[in-house]
Design a protein. Structure first.
Length: 241
């Protein structure tokens, strides 16, 4: 059986790029989405066209019970995951004085709680499989240096880094690596409204990153060659930090 990898938020953006990059590498992909079923179906079709194979799974990562039930059912039917990519996330930007409680809660519950909700039902089956494994959590440059108007998003992504730093040593003896990838400004739906010229001025390479430039790093961290890399936060940001 091919190694199974769960990718959350696989219907678009960085998650979709990760799925397409991994598609020809022989993994059995489990492509998660929450609301956009058409985009998830298209991602699966493109994965198959690229020589890969997999399935679609749907749940709301901010809903702990729903997430646990969906993941547990998939594991019980098909076996433990070799890899998990926690990619799904949202933003709700505003200056802090204008950031209401709902904006804070939605981002924290989705991005930070969602990582816990996804990983918690995956870990023991991975341990019980007595085989190497890979956990990769998508953080952000905002979680490293912060960003004006993104206190909620930055806090959630910084929390993810703390999760990685704590979980990695717990799983190291099991040969399960745990790392964070922290993208900078990447060309996705989340960055289409940014003032391009102003943002580029803050990037030493003077351009936005491409989704495949993040996906290629994730693919490497999934590989056997990355078996001694754990507890790391690796940035893909064009030299911003």
């Amino acid at each position: 059986m091919n190694k199974r990898i769960l990718i959350t938020g696989a219907s678009r953006g960085i998650g979709r790029a990760i799925a397409l990059y991994l598609a020809p590498l022989g993994y059995d992909l489990v492509l998660h989405y929450n609301k956009n079923s058409a985009a998830a179906e298209q991602t699966l079709k493109d994965v198959i066209s690229a020589g890969g194979h997999g399935k679609i799974i749907s749940f709301d990562i901010s809903n702990r019970n729903e997430t646990a039930e969906a993941i547990t059912a998939d594991i019980n039917e098909n076996g433990a995951y070799y890899g998990v990519v926690c990619n799904a996330g949202i933003n709700a930007d505003a200056p802090f004085p204008a950031m209401d409680g709902d904006m804070w809660d939605r981002v924290i519950h989705t991005n930070l709680d969602g990582a816990y909700n996804t990983l918690q039902p995956c870990i023991m089956p991975m341990i019980s499989a007595r085989a190497p494994g890979r956990i990769i959590v998508i953080s952000s440059i905002s979680g490293i240096i912060g960003n004006r108007g993104q206190a909620n998003y930055a806090a959630s992504k910084a929390g993810i880094i703390g999760l990685v730093k704590s979980l990695a040593p717990e799983l190291a003896r099991r040969n399960i690596t745990v790392n964070a990838v922290a993208p900078g400004v990447i060309e996705t739906d989340m960055t289409t409204d940014l003032p391009a010229d102003m943002v580029r001025d803050a990037i030493p390479m003077r351009r936005f990153g491409k989704p495949h430039e993040v996906a290629s790093l994730v693919a490497y961290l999934m590989s056997d060659d990355a078996s001694y890399i754990t507890r790391q936060v690796i940035s893909v940001n064009g030299g911003m930090v």
